[in-house]
Design a protein around this ligand. Structure first.
Ligand code: SF4
Ligand code: SF4
Length: 385
């Protein structure tokens, strides 16, 4: 396992982070509960065995904080050797935030949080709520003065402009965001993080980056001899500005697929560059003159269709048979709130507003209709808010 400096926090973090969003559970029988609790323990223990020193959770992840607190005293690690990030959504007042920080500490049985993220600065309104005078930031700063919170970052699913403006406030030492081979929209945020000396945590690159653990054969053939997980990991960790990747392991054995590349942080080899070029070429050849470059020039759509995201899912489904991933994301439209904005593509009225803005002159309404037919299904709800 390699370790990297987490920006100006100076924390030395393993390049893989245990993302604790998948260990919580709901109502279970006593026996099932016992098994789920043991599974959480074994998953965390395995993380430590493979060299992970960073656990990342959130107030909003069900009983995740509680499970960490339950097992921390039994894990083979001293508190000071473990870096814990938790995330709390912006609150209306400093007092409320302060109360939530104390509650997180109590649930995890810890006296300090190494790194607190304001969770989900996804819009300018939430940015304003997060940093306004007398608001939740004051509660965090007070907790920092008292040594209860050591470092402050933010997590985001926001449009790029909101992310960059949040980073430029200078209030945050790290950013927790989406960025993968299959979604490079936030590349400028990675570069800005480097310039501002901020840590960069990538949200779940395996699952959100394309459900790469269940990648279709077509994708696996193109990335061979690497697995899709491995080449995505190399794509990310060959960039020195990327500190760590969240692995949302739900079982101990789920670490295995990530380990071969956990020691590899050097620049891409010629072989790896060739694989990534092959992926680019396969995508462009498969899509031909319907390839969407995810440039965002077509927005805004008066019907609130997130055209680039719909067509990104189409790109992946058409080029690499990633239809299941497409369905998983597409059916969040209309249910994801500010975490996943936009509605399904059948809301298109053919108004034509987007057409002159597309530099590739795509027939956007026709592509949207085709994508809707291919991907629509039962609504999907986000796992956690
Ligand atoms: S044509 Fe459809 S997708 Fe384009 S702006 Fe109008 S409603 Fe939105
Ligand atoms: S403007 Fe065209 S190429 Fe760019 S994201 Fe929109 S549809 Fe895709």
């Amino acid at each position: 396992m390699q370790y990297r400096r987490f920006g100006r926090t100076n924390l030395k973090i393993s390049v893989l982070t245990f993302g604790a969003m998948r260990i919580p559970f709901g109502d279970l029988s006593p026996e099932e509960r016992k098994r789920a609790e043991e599974n959480a323990f074994l998953t965390m223990k395995r993380a430590l065995e493979v060299g992970v020193n960073h656990f990342e959770t959130a107030r909003g992840y069900g009983n995740s904080e509680h499970l960490i607190g339950m097992w921390l005293p039994h894990l083979p690690v001293r508190r000071e050797e473990l870096i814990i990030t938790t995330k709390i959504a912006p609150t209306q007042s400093a007092d409320e935030m302060r109360r939530y920080i104390d509650e997180s500490c109590q649930r995890m049985g810890i006296t300090y949080i190494d790194n607190l993220d304001i969770h989900g600065i996804n819009t300018y309104e939430l940015l304003e709520l997060s940093v306004r005078k007398g608001g939740c930031l004051d509660g965090i700063r007070q907790a920092m003065k008292e040594g209860i919170v050591r470092h402050l970052g933010f997590s985001t699913h926001a449009p790029l402009e909101v992310i960059l403006d949040t980073m430029r406030t200078g209030e945050f030492e790290s950013v927790n965001l989406h960025y993968y081979y299959f979604n490079q929209r936030n590349y400028p945020a990675i570069r800005l993080a480097e310039e501002l000396d901020m840590g960069v945590l990538i949200i779940s690159p395996t699952d959100k980056g394309g459900q790469l653990h269940i990648a279709p054969e077509k994708l696996r053939q193109v990335t061979a001899p690497y697995t899709p997980i491995e080449i995505n990991q190399r794509f990310l960790l060959s960039d020195p500005a990327v500190t760590t990747l969240t692995v949302g392991a739900g079982k101990p054995e789920e670490w295995d697929a990530h380990l071969r590349m956990a020691d590899r942080v050097e620049p891409l080899t010629p072989e790896e560059q060739a694989i990534l070029q092959r992926m680019d070429m396969t995508m462009k050849q498969a899509l031909g003159d319907t390839y969407c470059s995810y440039c965002f020039e077509c927005l805004p759509c008066p019907e609130d269709i997130h055209i680039p995201e719909v067509l990104r899912l189409r790109n992946m489904a058409k080029a690499f048979d990633m239809v299941e991933f497409g369905k998983f994301r597409y059916n969040l439209f209309g249910n994801g709130g500010h975490w996943f904005p936009g509605v399904q593509a059948d809301a298109c009225t053919d108004c034509g507003d987007c057409l002159p803005r597309c530099p590739l002159k795509l027939n956007i309404p026709a592509l949207l209709r085709e994508t809707h037919e291919m991907l629509t299904g039962a609504p999907v709800k986000r796992l956690w808010r």
